[in-house]
Ligand binder design. Structure first.
Ligand SMILES: [Fe+2]
Length: 296
């Protein structure tokens, strides 16, 4: 199972796409029916979809998997009674599978049979998404729910987050202990540390300063720089998060404490807590489809 893409709806997708291409550094992957698709250098046909809508929300976060994983998901989701339906993707790469609403409203889509594309050159392109993080009212319950129903695994718990993996990457998603349900941020995996730092430089050329970073996180050990995108959401340049073994010991908040005046490994950057929080509250989730009756 791999995290592939996030699908946004918003009033001005053209402006958002222009920023993500011209400033953030993605490549256009095509436009279908008003939806702008943006890709990185890797083999996924797109990482971000931007569709026109009257209001702004996250339509889905998409994972790709195989038929056996899909069958397991189908059974467990039906047993849990989560709103769900079969879906054939009209997005680039096609595929078919399930779309499901988690208990706090997050919409996840699981697709099998998706097409991939040839990688493209571009040392400043993101390679792929490395994680999509959600704000949660009850992050602990969300972590347990995705373990039981989706087969994900909690990698670490900190004072602020429950980090969750769906393969050997330390986390592909996480639930922030935020008191609200919304999109926390989307992290783009850059080729290496220099690509993250050049991204910061590119943003600076356009008068964008990081809302947090650069720094190096504790859990996942990735180098990060967070920004508030002009169209709303919090986006992150990141190096790859570390790989963990299947028997990785789940860390607890007491395993992840910082000395005074530190919230990351380096301690070189300030964090705009208020600005980030406001941005994190903008994109919520909206189910645009009717659930099917549970299969059994
Ligand atoms: Fe992140």
């Amino acid at each position: 199972m791999k995290l592939r893409s996030i699908e946004f709806a918003l009033p001005d997708p053209a402006a958002a796409a222009a920023f993500m291409i011209d400033v953030w550094g993605m490549a256009p992957a095509g436009m279908v029916g008003g939806t702008h698709y943006l890709r990185g250098s890797g083999t996924f046909p797109y990482l971000v979809a931007l569709a026109p809508a009257a209001d702004e929300f996250v339509r889905s976060t998409t994972f790709v998997c195989d038929d056996a994983e899909l069958a397991g998901l189908r059974t467990r989701i039906a047993h849990a009674g989560w709103p769900c339906r079969d879906v054939i993707s009209n997005d680039l790469g096609g595929g078919q599978g399930l779309i499901v609403e988690l208990p706090e409203g997050e919409i996840l889509r699981f697709l099998a049979g998706t097409a991939e594309v040839a990688p493209i050159e571009g040392r400043d392109l993101p390679v792929k998404l490395t994680h999509v993080v959600f704000n949660s009212i009850d992050a602990e319950a969300s972590g347990h729910a995705v373990e039981q129903v989706l087969g994900f695994r909690v990698s670490d718990r900190t004072k602020g987050m429950v980090f969750v993996r769906c393969n050997d990457s330390h986390h592909s998603t996480a639930f922030a202990r935020a008191g609200i349900a919304s999109l926390n941020h989307v992290a783009f995996e850059m080729a290496d540390l220099d690509a993250v730092m050049r991204g910061i430089g590119r943003m600076r050329d356009h008068r964008h300063a990081p809302a947090w970073g650069p720094g190096r996180h504790g859990p996942g050990a990735n180098v990060y720089a967070y920004y508030i995108a002009p169209f709303g959401p919090v986006i992150e340049f990141s190096t790859a998060v570390e790989k963990v073994p299947a028997d990785y010991r789940t860390g607890e908040p007491d395993d992840w404490t910082w000395p005074p005046n530190r919230i990351d490994q380096w301690g070189i950057s300030d964090k705009d807590f208020a600005g980030l929080r406001a941005a994190e509250e903008r994109f919520k989730f909206k189910r645009e489809w009717d659930a099917q009756a549970p299969a059994g």
